[in-house]
Design a protein around this ligand. Structure first.
Ligand SMILES: Cc1cc2nc3c(=O)[nH]c(=O)nc-3n(C[C@H](O)[C@H](O)[C@H](O)COP(=O)(O)OP(=O)(O)OC[C@H]3O[C@@H](n4cnc5c(N)ncnc54)[C@H](O)[C@@H]3O)c2cc1C
Length: 416
């Protein structure tokens, strides 16, 4: 039987970053991936690095706005109506977590993880190119009410040390003189950045393979065998069993399906989002943008421009709903009137499943019930932003070292 010091399940941003930081100390690492490297949510997302998103998804505003949007198929947020016990219990937990006390506790943690990730991204960019730019992001508003709400939120962020610059339409225009905006104002977050997410994950995976890490694609983890003290001794896969000393679960939105074999409950709901990537038009924004009211992110990459958004709780369903793609296409000309979706050169329409926890914080740390299992999953809308810090912390947990972070809010067993 094959043997490994560490088996990592999932070769998305989180699994690959975890393998990277563990590989600095131990060589016998096997990453097991059901599809190809970066086939999941890490592939076509907006690629924005967002300390500006340090308010967790579960917050009071998300509840009030969510109720208005949730049954409209064109809105930025939609719940497919169905009787699903897991979904109902997730929504109930979400409502309970969406309170100011929980938000205040979570914000400094997400801020610190984001800023640590940016530092690690800059280190990694010294060894390979993945289009990293740390020149801020601009959130744009078309309506006075949207702008007021954005300014309130940015002032809240500035209280926890996130840098903000409130901008008039003229100041926005001056940042990008070539591009015409139809906005009433915006906020620039100078600490934000952006990258090409697929280039980052596949580039890092190639480097790991060169360094001798065993990445097994087209190999699905089916279950585990256990020792008497509930340690995971064997990882069972479609291509044979692997004897494992340590196991890391980084399976994104699919992580809960593997916990049916474990004494662990990971309430992660898949939240589908879409991106539309086009060839970069002549007059394209050079900075990442957030079209605030439409909840659409815009990421200028090397020779493409990507628009990404919408959040749809519809289970593990990967079908593309054309109405939701159309909602993205309809949104951006309202802010960028010279960009006409009809004449843009389409490269790809993509969908992915964000792994969302009910309290907006990932699961990160060791399981109490299974002492050699570490979980790194549930990063929702900020999994690229948090990937290097998550990988470094997961590596420290596996190697028994201190990460310097208080992991108590991200406890793996908090809903078990
Ligand atoms: C539209 C959209 C826009 C987004 N924009 C941003 C953004 O701008 N910034 C940001 O930070 N985040 C963004 N995100 C969120 C981000 O993409 C995710 O949080 C992140 O990619 C999650 O990474 P992951 O490694 O946990 O999951 P994934 O990338 O999904 O990786 C999990 C992997 O595990 C594998 N797997 C699962 N089960 C098994 C099994 N049993 N055996 C073997 N392999 C298995 C899967 O095949 C998959 O490859 C966005 C998401 C969407 C949908």
């Amino acid at each position: 039987m094959d043997q490994a010091d560490v088996v990592i399940i999932g070769a998305g941003a989180i699994g690959v970053c975890t393998a990277h930081y563990i590989s600095k100390s131990t060589r016998r690492i096997v990453v097991v991936e059901r599809g190809e490297v970066c086939v999941g949510c890490s592939y076509g997302n907006a690629g924005m690095l967002v300390p500006s998103h340090c308010v967790p998804l579960a917050e009071p505003k998300a509840v009030s706005q969510g109720f208005r949007w949730m049954f409209s198929p064109e809105s930025p947020f939609y719940i497919k109506p169905r009787l699903d016990r897991e979904l109902i219990s997730w929504l109930w937990r979400f409502l309970r977590a969406a309170n100011p006390r929980q938000v205040q506790a979570a914000m400094p943690l997400i801020r610190d993880l984001s800023l640590e990730s940016l530092r690690l991204f800059e280190d990694l960019a010294g060894s390979f190119d993945f289009g990293l730019r740390c020149n801020g992001a601009v959130y744009l508003c078309r309506t006075e009410s949207g702008f007021e709400s954005l300014v309130r939120e940015s002032l809240h962020l500035s209280e926890v040390g996130i840098q903000i610059e409130i901008l008039t339409p003229d100041e926005i225009q001056a940042l990008q003189p070539d591009v015409r905006f139809d906005v009433v104002g915006g906020v620039r977050y100078p600490q934000d950045g952006h990258l090409d997410p697929a280039r980052f994950v596949t580039g890092l995976a190639s480097r790991l393979i060169d360094d001798g890490v065993d990445i097994r694609t087209q190999t699905e983890v089916l279950g585990f065998e256990f020792t008497d003290d509930a340690r995971l001794s064997v990882v069972r896969t479609t291509k044979g069993d692997i004897l494992a000393s340590e196991v890391v679960l980084a399976g994104g939105a699919w992580s809960p399906s593997l916990t049916e074999y474990l004494d662990l409950h990971l309430p992660i709901q898949p939240a589908k989002g879409y991106s539309v990537t086009v060839k970069k038009p002549e007059k394209a924004p050079g900075l990442p943008l957030m079209l605030t009211e439409a909840r659409v992110g815009v990421n200028p990459m090397a020779d493409t421009l990507r628009f990404a958004g919408t959040l749809e709780l519809a289970g593990l369903d990967l079908t593309i709903n054309p109405r939701r793609v159309q909602a993205i296409l309809d949104a951006f000309p309202r802010y960028l009137p010279d960009l006409d979706p009809e004449v843009l050169d389409l490269v790809e329409v993509w969908r992915g499943l964000r792994p969302c926890t009910p309290d907006g914080l990932p699961f990160l740390g060791r399981s109490l019930s299974h002492p050699n299992l570490t979980v790194a999953a549930g990063h929702a809308m900020i999994g690229i932003s948090l990937a290097p810090a998550t990988g470094r912390i997961a590596a420290d947990v596996v190697l028994g070292e201190s990460s310097g972070f208080d992991l108590s809010l991200m406890k793996v067993d908090r809903f078990t």
